[in-house]
Design a protein around this ligand. Sequence first.
Ligand code: SAM
Length: 308
Amino acid sequence: MNNLPHPIQYQGSKRNLASSILVYVPEDVDCLIEPFAGSAAISIAVAARKIARTYIINDINKPLTELLRLIIESPVETATFYENIWSEQHGNSINSIEHYYKIREIFNNTQDPRLFLYLLARCVKGSVRYNSNGEFNQSPDKRRNGTKPKTMLRNILGVSSLLKGRTEVCSLDYRNVLMNAKDNDLVYMDPPYQGVCGDHNPRYFSGIHHYDFIDTLADLNVRGISYIVSYDGRRAEKRFGEQLPQSLDLTHIELEAGRSSQSTLLGREEVTYESLYLSRALTDRIGSKLLTYCRTRTKQRPSLELFT
Ligand SMILES: C[S@@+](CC[C@H](N)C(=O)[O-])C[C@H]1O[C@@H](n2cnc3c(N)ncnc32)[C@H](O)[C@@H]1O
C-alpha cells in the first residue's frame, strides 16, 4: 500500500495505517462512505484494491472537498495549475516565503481549492490551522518547497483513475451523509482527535461533540450499518481522549502507529497505538476472516481488546 497516489498532504492522514485498517473491510462493499475524509486515504486504498463499487467522500471543509472533486474530475487542469503556482515561487521577483503568504492571502479571500493544494504541499507538516475567523493561518515550511510538479501530476492522475466515475464528493456535516447508508455499504469514520474537538477547532476546520457522535453511532447500530471508527489511542500507558462506551457493542482493536518522535527526543522508546472500533454489523459480516486475524495478532501482542 506504500505506492498509492496521495496528492494531498494532510496531518492525521491514514495513509500509513491503511493496510492495517483494510484488514477489516469486507469484500462485498456497495458503497464506501467516508464522512470525515480529509485526504481520503482510506477511499484511495479501498479503490486501489477494487473492493467497493462506489464511494462517497465527505468533509465539512469545503475547499478540501472541492479540491478532491477537481483532482478526480479534472486531473490535468488541476496539476497544470499547481505547476504554475509552484514555479512562481522560484521566480526572481519574489522569494518563496513571500510567495506562500501571498497565495495564502488570496486563498483566504477566494477559497479557491486549487490554491489550497499548493498551501497544503508547502505548509508545516501538511497540517491545517485556522484562526477564529476561519482563515487558514498555517506558516510555510522553510526547509521544503512542496511536492515537485511531476510527482504531483502522477499522484493526481493516480487518484483520478481510481475514483472517477464512481465517486460522489460532498461537504456536509457527517450526520447528513450517514442518513442514506445501507446495510451493504461500509462507513469509515476518522473524526478529529477529541483533544481538538468543539465548535471552534484550530487544528481542523471544525470539530464534533463526543456525545453527539455516540448518539450517531447508536443510531447506525439500530439500522444495522457496518462501520469502522478510528478514535484517538494511547502512547505507552497514557490514553488520549475517552474510549467509546461498551453500550455501543463495538470490537476494539489497537493498531501500532509507530514510535512517538516526542518520546524519542526525550530518550524514551514509546510506541503510539491508534484505536479502531468495529460495529457489530461489521464483525457479523466479516466473521471468520476477523477471528483468524485476531488470533494471529493476539499471539504477537496481547493488547487486542474484544468488547463483545
Ligand atoms: C482526522 S481528519 C481525517 C483524516 C483522514 N482520515 C485522512 O486520511 O486524511 C478529520 C476530518 O474531519 C473533518 N471534520 C471535522 N468536523 C466535521 C463534521 N462535523 N462533519 C464532517 N467532517 C468534519 C475535518 O475537516 C478533518 O478533515
